[in-house]
Design a protein around this ligand. Structure first.
Ligand code: PEP
Ligand code: MN
Length: 335
């Protein structure tokens, strides 16, 4: 349920109203927009009498929200969420963010050289996996804690904030200086992990599961919001369909759909979506054209010898060419 307040509502009256709602066992979420202040109610609102709320002086309108996601719902929060990182880079509300780097952190030289190249090409965030969710337990699992140390070195060297995946909440202390914590596709519905992340103040990059709907993605975001953390970036990275020509099928329509129903920023990952470096540029450009708030691309200094996902990784030179196109297309798309 949302309560839209009148423009002239006095702060003391709003506070009293808020306290009254809390007394009824409801959580409230206040969103102050350019046009309205909206109070979103979370909890069992079935016994809330809409008529008596509407009768209050400060209330303009009351509406029930049908969707099961509340905090992530645009009806709760009309304006786009804008997230700002340590280097000043922003995402959401018209700000575009390019994240790039290798699938996995492999060596100090590798991560620092890739970080330097992607920064020179215009990326504002460095990606790199330290904990890798691999299909086979015998495949390279990532450098783990050591990988995070190397990412932090690359951050100190280049000033680029870093994004890296968490697989278990027990590793959270290692993520203290990580700017964006990624929840990978395979963990999108690891609800305990989502709850833990909801209790942090970290920016979370939440990837859509391999076979999950947009609604399920938003329900996972809701788990994080419910703990009080709304710094969430949603990521479409391809879903599993009957098509086998690409690693997954990139659902670009998720961008306009999500923009309509949520205030959270949306990033496209064309690398995991296609699984093939030959297809990454066209899908990356398409993502910029359809209004994505950001893009995440795998870049490796030597894709042929990458320990993970080499086939979908661009070389720094390919990324440099692509980044120019992405920025140009983004400008046209937003004009
Ligand atoms: C990754 O970003 O390297 C990764 C494993 O992504 P996903 O969870 O989308 O497969
Ligand atoms: Mn990868």
């Amino acid at each position: 349920m949302i309560v839209i307040l009148k423009k002239n509502a006095q702060p003391q009256q709003v506070e009293l109203f808020d306290a009254w709602l809390h007394n009824m066992g409801l959580e409230t979420h206040k969103s102050i927009g350019a046009n309205h202040t909206i109070i979103g109610l979370v909890g069992d609102t079935s016994r809330v009498d809409m008529e008596s709320i509407l009768a209050l002086d400060i209330v303009e309108a009351v509406r029930r929200i049908q969707e099961p996601y509340k905090n992530a719902n645009r009806k709760f929060h009309e304006e786009d969420t804008v997230i700002t990182l340590s280097n000043g880079a922003k995402i959401g509300g018209g700000h575009f963010m390019v994240m790039a780097g290798p699938c996995s952190v492999e060596t100090e030289e590798q991560i620092i050289s890739v970080a330097r190249s992607v920064k020179a090409a215009g990326a504002t965030v460095l990606r790199g996996g330290a904990f890798k969710p691999r299909t086979s337990p015998y495949a390279f699992q990532g450098l783990q804690g050591e990988g995070i140390k190397l990412l932090l070195e690359a951050k100190a060297e280049t000033g680029l904030p870093i994004v890296t995946e968490i697989m278990d909440a027990k590793h959270l202390p290692l993520f203290e200086d990580v700017d964006i914590i990624q929840v990978g596709a395979r963990n999108m519905q690891n609800f305990e992990l989502l709850r833990e992340l909801g209790r942090t103040d970290k920016t979370i990059l939440l990837k859509r599961g391999l076979a999950n709907t947009i609604k399920e993605l938003l329900m996972s975001a809701e788990y994080i919001c419910a703990g009080g953390n709304e710094k969430i970036i949603l990521c479409e990275r391809g879903i599993r369909t009957y098509e086998t020509a690409t690693r997954n099928t990139l659902d670009l329509s998720a961008v306009p759909v999500l923009h309509e129903i949520t205030h959270l920023p949306v990033v496209i990952d064309p690398s995991h979506a296609t699984g093939n470096s030959a297809y990454v540029p066209s899908m990356a450009v398409a993502a910029a054209a359809c209004g994505a708030d950001g893009i995440m691309i795998e870049v490796h200094n030597d894709p042929m010898h990458a320990l993970c996902d080499g086939a979908q990784s661009l070389t720094p030179a390919q990324f440099d060419t692509l980044a120019k196109k992405i920025f140009a297309v983004r400008e046209v798309a937003m004009s």
